[in-house]
Design a protein. Sequence first.
Length: 131
Amino acid sequence: MNSGPMANAPDRFLTWRWEDDDDEEREKLSYIEDSKTTTRKTKRGTFTLRKEDHTLGNLIRIQLLRDEQVRFAGYRIPHPLIFEVQLTVETVDEKTTPTDVLLVAIEDLKLEVAAIGKAFEQQVREHDREF
């Protein structure tokens, strides 16, 4: 029985583990278009990433802000005990959608992670040759 200051906190493993693998495919990512921006010449919407935290939210936000097609990118965690990230994206024109720029950002991040992985492996090989 928990009796500390976080007695109502859910079990830690629930921050990353899905109870049913089928739910993950269906519920991991959702998108809601912002209807308030229909009069402007931009597109805006909010993605909800479940079972994620600041690590992925901030990483994607930074990558989105590198794109010239993005006017605004920000994220928030609605509550410390709710394990989801709400990522809001606004594009500079109505031709480009938030989904388009998010897909580009994710592809760019995949390339960066692969490059970091290759550089790391090369450094490990060079280190092993020295010893």
